[in-house]
Design a protein around this ligand. Sequence first.
Ligand code: CA
Length: 175
Amino acid sequence: MKLLVIEDEVKLAEYLRKGLTEEGYVVDVAHNGVDGLHLAMEADYDLLVLDGMLPGIDGLGLLAALRLSKQTPVLMLTARIRVKGLQGGADDYLVKPFAFSELVARIQVLLRRARPARDAEGATVLGLSDLEMDLLRRKATRAGRRLDLTAKEFTLLALLLRRQGEVLSRTEIAE
Ligand code: CA
């Protein structure tokens, strides 16, 4: 998963880059709105962490320009309590100062929402078409409606989703 952090406070940007890299993400950083927008348009990021107050183009301006052609999920960082970010097309926002763990949690939610079917081995959410399974919460939904499954049915469905396209033997299914 590739993230772009657009933040002009160099210390904070570096802190985020380091922390998110340790979380297993590939992280690029831009320190102003112009560079940030350029990178966001040129490369394919899975998510943007976007500061609201930036030199050059500010966060909302950048977002408006980005949304003309890209739907990359955007998590806004803002110093203000009253947030205009969501109206501006951000998917979520955090008010500074925030806990790093909170940032990571929000990023995970946005990434999961964006691509439920993309998680592979070790995934906690499996998906196929309109079917989604949350393995942590042991919840299965189809087109947003919860499916009522027994524990055994749940396990079997998860197995089938994990091994999509493969022929499974009777023994594998019985396990
Ligand atoms: Ca700033």
